[in-house]
Design a protein around this ligand. Structure first.
Ligand code: PBG
Length: 328
């Protein structure tokens, strides 16, 4: 390589058009998935105090947001339910009710905005009185195989409602294979599985747990016996390898920004689409810092989202999807 002054890295950086021309990565609305919280009622749009700019919306308003997302070229939406306490129990039974909030939302979305992909979480935490993703034994241990059986039923229930992509976020062992088998057997071979393969036990999920109403139920307990230890990276490769062999179509790394190294390692080691989740705590940090005048919100979202792409993500879940898509 010839040296300075023949080589000047700054030449390509001299103007915006030139920087655009040589840019290695960019973000477009088609890379974004909008996660959204839903609740019962009509014309409801309840602010979530720990996530400024995010709301719990009733199904009618969900459809409005979905249409907006579609018109902005956002390919898919992920729905998360906030149900009343009376519907919660130890086993998360409401998750299997074919007329539950999520099933009705999916039907309405597929009816009114059919070109928009609909993603639904597979996990019990919005439905349990203890806030865990699975069922417990008498000592409070999360039972793996018993939980997987319920998750399979949940995946089938959501698929019957018309869900395009089921997204197991529970981190039980063997659930991807079990769900895939049930879906194949029941005629849902086209339902995609987006596996939350490397999901870490993270403090960045706090605002999400407020949003679905599981934080106070979980109390001081954590999810460390099923979600991954943030000290580990090789283990993420094992989890992804297992999920691919069990029939996952897309794998998710979560949280996002502190785990870019994991995204890169997965991308380099496997030929499967990798998604990242800019989780509630990350979203809240940007929003809060921007509200305090410390950073520019729009620029910060844009930068972090391009960073996900640079790390190797094909798509990113972000609560800021609509705002970002509007700015692009
Ligand atoms: C439920 C689930 C969680 C998130 C997505 N699905 C919370 C958790 O595991 O406690 C977190 C998303 C976010 O923080 O934005 N299993």
């Amino acid at each position: 390589m010839r040296q300075f002054p023949f080589s000047r890295s700054r030449r390509n950086r001299k103007a915006q058009w030139s920087r655009n021309m040589v840019a290695e990565h960019c973000i477009s609305p088609s890379d974004l998935v909008l996660p959204i919280f839903i609740k019962e009622g009509h014309n409801e749009m309840e602010p979530i105090s720990s996530m400024s700019g995010a709301f719990r919306v009733s199904i009618d308003n969900l459809v409005k947001t979905a249409k907006e997302a579609r018109s902005l070229n956002i390919p898919a939406i992920a729905v998360f339910p906030c149900i009343t306490k009376e519907l919660k129990d130890e086993k998360g039974s409401e998750s299997l009710n074919k007329d539950n909030l999520v099933c009705r939302a999916i039907k309405e979305l597929k009816d009114k905005v059919p070109e928009l992909g609909v993603i639904a979480d597979i996990a019990l935490d919005p439905y349990t009185t203890h806030g865990h993703d699975g069922v417990l034994d008498k000592k409070g241990n999360i039972l793996n195989d018993e939980t997987v059986e319920i998750l399979c039923e949940q995946a089938l229930t959501l698929s019957k409602a018309g869900c395009d992509i089921v997204a197991p976020s529970d981190m039980m062992d063997g659930r991807i294979g079990a769900i895939r088998e049930v879906l194949e057997d029941e005629g849902f071979s086209d339902t995609q599985i987006l596996a939350y393969s490397a999901k870490y036990a993270s403090s960045f999920y706090g605002p999400f747990r407020d949003a679905v109403g599981s934080r106070s139920l979980l109390g001081s307990k954590d999810k460390k016996t099923y979600q991954m230890d943030f000290s580990n990276s090789n283990e993420a490769l094992t989890e992804v390898e297992l999920d691919i062999s069990e029939g996952a179509d897309i794998v998710m790394i979560k949280p996002g920004l502190p785990y870019l190294d994991i995204i890169r390692r997965i991308k380099d080691n496997f030929n499967i689409p990798v998604f990242a989740y800019q989780v509630s705590g990350e979203y809240a940090m940007i929003k809060t810092a921007a509200a305090a005048g410390l950073i520019d919100e729009e620029k910060a979202f844009l930068e972090t989202l391009v960073c996900f792409k640079r790390a190797g993500a094909s798509g990113v879940f972000t609560y800021a999807a609509i705002e970002v898509a509007k700015g692009l």
